[in-house]
Design a protein around this ligand. Structure first.
Ligand code: RP5
Length: 162
């Protein structure tokens, strides 16, 4: 079995429809990942264990998504030097601006690479993770280049009436 290079973690089951966008693009690119529910508030011990063991388990990138008081990405960044990509999940009350600000404004010393709010951010998190891994994986780099070229080629030159 291929050991996962990417950990996709989220604060709740309710975040999965958003974070699945990251998983889908990693599937497209042939990148092994694992997915876990790890909540900064509801399962702090699980968060601690995940962060402490991330390097030894061979994780190279962690994608962390959460909504509202979204402390998961920042707390994970405080527990491991594995790069953390944060995905602000869109919320009902504040449209995800709460999630965005919670993830974005890290104190110096403990960075989180923060994506856009919602599904687009999750998909870009997957692509960002693949780009990091592709620095040392020529076959993945070729797949990512092809993926990007296909997206570019799919964009029509002219708009049409819908
Ligand atoms: C956060 O609280 C989670 O990341 C989720 O976005 C939000 C709401 O969680 P649920 O009440 O839907 O489980 O911790």
């Amino acid at each position: 079995m291929t050991l996962p290079s990417v950990g996709i973690i989220m604060g709740s089951q309710s975040d999965w429809p958003t974070l699945r966008e990251a998983a889908l693009v990693l599937d497209d690119l042939g990148v092994a990942y694992e997915k876990r529910i790890v909540s900064a508030h509801r399962t702090p011990d699980r968060l601690w264990d995940y962060g402490v063991n991330a390097v030894d388990r061979g994780l190279q990138v962690i994608i962390a998504g959460a909504g509202g008081a979204a402390h998961l990405p920042g707390m994970m960044a405080s527990k491991t030097r594995v790069p953390v990509i944060g995905v602000p999940v869109q919320t009902q009350a504040l449209s995800g601006v709460d999630s965005l600000y919670s993830i974005l404004q890290m104190p110096r010393g403990y960075p989180v690479a923060t994506m856009a709010i919602g599904a687009a951010g999750a998909k870009n998190a997957g692509l960002m993770a693949a780009g990091i891994l592709a620095l040392h994986d020529a076959e993945l780099a070729a797949r990512l280049d092809a993926w990007r070229a296909a997206l570019s080629a799919s964009i029509p030159e002219e708009p049409v009436d819908e």
